[in-house]
Write a protein that binds this ligand. Structure first.
Ligand code: X90
Length: 275
């Protein structure tokens, strides 16, 4: 039985050693540049280019063929996608699933809509791998992943909502509620997988406290924390604040890859956690 986990590149996870794994890239387009969010991408170089580029920029999700190719010929595939509320990636994965099962009627494909992105996807991927390695069947994983999803959360701080609004991923009404486009906000992935602003934050301290408040309000007491960022200084401080609440928390910190960097911009941070 070949078991494989496949996720789109908004998870920021390019490779994963515990089980057979593939990352399927989203694409960022700006002017005459196309940035494929795979291992060859230099997110820093992309951000520097975007900072000087004043024209329109867009992103595109993987098409069904790209998902299909990533399934390979595994008998059992668990596919974890960015929230279906902000991207067509999940829908494309569902189409890929149908094609795959038509070709291989005895194979199994589970598409998990993360209703989130980035580090919350990482928590799901790690849990699926952990269960598989512990001997859970495909069906048991399918049965239990939704319950685990209810215990995981995503909170984030962004310097602005500009990329998200310009690409229609956040409505101008929500942005208006969040105040000026240009102010730093703390937000969460809502239960239906949309971006929900929680507070405007003037100043570093308020941002840090805003993030911690959201985490504790949503039940963080310890457990796993995964942090993707374009802001090493803030990431460091957040690790300290999290350790102050939960000294034994299992924390991992890493740079965001392309898709998340595009939307979270320079200075952004995403925190996935169990609560
Ligand atoms: O299909 C596509 O082109 C991709 C569109 C992705 C849009 C949202 C990306 C968000 C990245 C920003 C903060 C987290 C928001 C989470 C809300 C659920 C990261």
């Amino acid at each position: 039985m070949a078991f494989k986990i496949v996720a789109d590149s908004s998870s920021d996870l390019l490779s994963f050693s515990a089980v057979d794994y593939a990352s399927v890239p989203l694409t960022i387009m700006a002017g005459d540049r196309t940035f494929v969010d795979d291992a060859t991408l230099d997110p820093r170089e992309m951000l520097d280019y975007l900072a000087t580029y004043k024209g329109r920029s867009t992103t595109a999700c993987p098409n069904p063929d790209a998902w299909r190719a990533a399934f390979g010929d595994a008998d059992e595939v668990v596919c974890v996608t960015i929230t279906s509320n902000l991207s067509g990636a999940c829908n494309a994965a569902m189409i890929a699933r149908e094609d795959y099962l038509r070709l291989h009627p005895d194979h199994k494909v589970l598409v998990v809509d993360s209703l989130s992105t980035g580090p919350e996807m990482v928590l799901l991927i790690e849990k699926i791998a952990e269960w598989h390695l512990a001997g859970y069947t495909f069906e048991a994983i399918e049965k239990q992943i939704a319950d685990y999803q209810k215990t995981t959360h995503l909170t984030f701080a962004l310097e602005s909502l500009r990329s998200l609004v310009n690409n229609g991923r956040v409505s101008p009404a929500v942005a208006a509620l969040a105040g000026l486009l240009n102010i730093r906000i703390v937000g969460i992935a809502s239960d239906v997988g949309t971006l929900q602003p929680v507070s405007k934050c003037r100043g570093e301290k308020r941002t840090q406290q805003g993030l911690i408040n959201v985490m504790t309000e949503r039940g963080f007491k310890g457990g796993k924390v995964r942090i993707a960022h374009n802001n090493p200084a803030l990431a460091d401080i957040m690790v300290g604040l999290i350790r102050a609440i939960a000294p034994d928390a299992d924390i991992r910190v890493y740079n965001a890859r392309g898709l998340v960097s595009f939307y979270a911009e320079d200075g952004g941070i995403l925190i996935g956690y169990e609560g």
